[in-house]
Write a protein that binds this ligand. Structure first.
Ligand SMILES: *Cc1c(COP(=O)(O)O)cnc(C)c1O
Length: 374
C-alpha cells in the first residue's frame, strides 16, 4: 500500500475489546500474568513494551520500509543509544554540520567512552572515503542538514561504507526530510534516525525519537537494550500523540513543501536578503542531488539578512505571525536566530535566520516577512 494509507493503518487495529476505531491509550505500567505465570498477550511491563509504543514502532517501520523500529523518549536518546552500543577504540565519522546538540552528546556525555570521533564533510564522497579507517564502525549523516540545508548523496555514502574491508554501519538522520520525502534505506543506508518531535508528531506537543533498521544488526540490538533496560522510552500518551500526528503526515508535509517553496521564492527576490538556503531553489548547491533523492524539498529554509547579527535579530523581533522559537515541523511557523541557540562555538553565520514554514496560508507568511524585512 501507498504511504498515505500506511500512515493511517500501519500498526493500528480496531480494539478487540470495544471496537474503538481510534487506538486506546494504554496508561498502564504493568500487565497481568496468567495463572501459569506467563504473559500470553506479550506485554509484561511498560518500560519493556506497551501496546501504543508497539503500534508506533510498527507504523514507523512501515513508513520507512524497514524491518523494525524503536521509539525513544527524544531524538537525542536515539543518538545516545547508538553511541552506547559502540566499543572503546571504535572510530566514528559524523557529518561536520550535524545537528549541533549531537556534538554535545558525543563531546560531553560520551567524553570518557574511548570513542575516536571525527567530523567530516560527508557531502564530499572523496573526503568521506579518505576518512574511513579499518576501525570505523559508524557513519552518521544528516540530510537536509541544519541550518544551511546541505544535501548529502545517501547512495554515495552507503557505497563507500560498503567497500571491501569496511565494517561501518550507516545512519541517516532524516528528521528534516521525513519518511515522506526521502527513503534512506532504499539508498542503501542501514538505519534511519528521526526526532519525532518535529514533522512526524507535527504539532509541537511531543518530544520523541525513533530508530528504524533495514535488517538485524548489532548496533540496533544494542540500541534496543539501551531503550528497554536503559529506559529511554516514550510514554504511552506521547506514542499516541505521535501516531495521531502520523495519520496526517503525508498531507501536512506536502503543504509544508508548497508553503516553503513560495516563501523561499519571495525571500530570494527581496533586496534586504543576501542569501536563501532552500534545496528547492535551482541555485542551491545541493539541488541536483535533492531533486534526485527527495520527492519534494521540505518545509525548512534559512536566509541571511543583509547586514549582521543585529539586523537579523531585528527582523526576527518584528515578526508577528512567525513565532520566535526553536524546533520545527509543527503547524505554526517558527523563526530563529540559529547562532544564538548554538552558542559561541557556532559555525552558523550571525546574519542567518532559520524558519520552519508551517501550515498557515503562504500569503500571510509572506506578508509577515515582508513587513519584518521592511
Ligand atoms: C531536533 C533534532 C534532533 C534532536 O531531537 P530531540 O527530539 O530534540 O532530542 C536531532 N536531529 C535533528 C535534525 C533535529 O532537528
Amino acid at each position: 500500500m501507498r504511504i498515505e494509507t500506511r500512515a493511517i493503518h500501519a500498526g493500528r487495529r480496531i480494539d478487540p475489546a470495544t471496537g474503538a476505531v481510534a487506538l486506546p491509550i494504554h496508561l498502564t505500567s504493568t500487565f497481568e500474568r496468567s495463572p501459569e505465570g506467563e504473559y500470553p498477550l506479550g506485554f509484561s511491563y511498560s518500560r519493556e513494551q506497551n501496546p501504543v509504543r508497539r503500534a508506533l514502532e510498527e507504523c514507523l517501520a512501515s513508513l520507512e520500509g524497514g524491518k523494525e523500529a524503536l521509539a525513544f523518549s527524544s531524538g537525542l536518546a536515539v543518538a545516545t543509544a547508538i553511541l552506547q552500543g559502540l566499543d572503546p577504540g571504535d572510530h566514528i565519522l559524523i557529518a561536520d554540520d550535524v545537528y549541533w546538540a549531537l556534538r554535545k552528546v558525543v563531546g560531553e556525555v560520551f567524553a570518557r567512552s574511548g570513542l575516536e570521533t571525527e567530523y567530516v564533510d560527508v557531502t564530499n564522497p572523496d573526503v568521506l572515503r579518505a576518512a574511513m579507517r579499518p576501525n570505523t564502525r559508524l557513519v552518521w549523516v544528516e540530510t537536509p542538514s541544519n541550518p544551511l540545508m546541505k544535501i548529502t548523496d545517501l547512495a554515495a555514502v552507503a557505497a563507500i561504507a560498503r567497500e571491501p574491508g569496511r565494517k561501518a554501519i550507516t545512519v541517516c538522520d532524516g528528521t528534516f526530510a521525513t519518511p515522506i520525502l526521502q527513503h534512506p534505506l532504499e539508498c542503501g543506508i542501514d538505519m534511519v534516525a528521526h526526532s519525532t518531535t518535529k514533522y512526524i508528531s507535527g504539532h509541537s506537543d511531543v518530544v520523541g525519537g525513533a530508530l528504524i533498521t533495514k535488517y538485524d544488526n548489532y548496533l540496533f540490538e544494542r540500541a534496543r537494550k539501551s531503550q528497554r533496560y536503559g529506559g529511554s522510552v516514550p510514554s504511552p500518551f506521547d506514542c499516541w500523540l505521535s501516531l495521531r500526528g502520523i495519520e496526517t503526515l503525508p498531507v501536512r508535509v506536502r503543504a509544508h513543501c508548497e508553503n516553503a517553496t513560495r516563501v523561499a521564492q519571495f525571500l530570494k527576490q527581496h533586496p534586504k536578503v543576501e542569501a536563501v538556503h532552500y534545496p528547492g531553489l535551482p541555485d542551491h548547491p545541493g539541488h541536483p542531488i535533492a531533486a534526485r533523492q527527495m520527492s519534494a524539498f521540505g518545509g525548512m529554509l534559512s536566509f541571511q539578512v543583509r547586514g549582521g547579527r543585529e539586523d537579523a535579530m531585528k527582523v526576527a523581533a518584528r515578526c508577528g505571525l512567525f513565532i520566535r522559537a526553536t524546533s520545527l515541523g509543527g503547524t505554526h511557523s517558527l523563526i530563529e536566530h540559529r547562532a544564538s541557540v548554538e552558542g559561541p562555538q557556532t559555525r552558523t553565520p550571525q546574519n542567518l535566520l532559520r524558519a520552519s514554514i508551517g501550515l498557515e496560508h503562504a500569503d500571510d507568511l509572506i506578508a509577515d516577512l515582508e513587513q519584518a524585512l521592511g
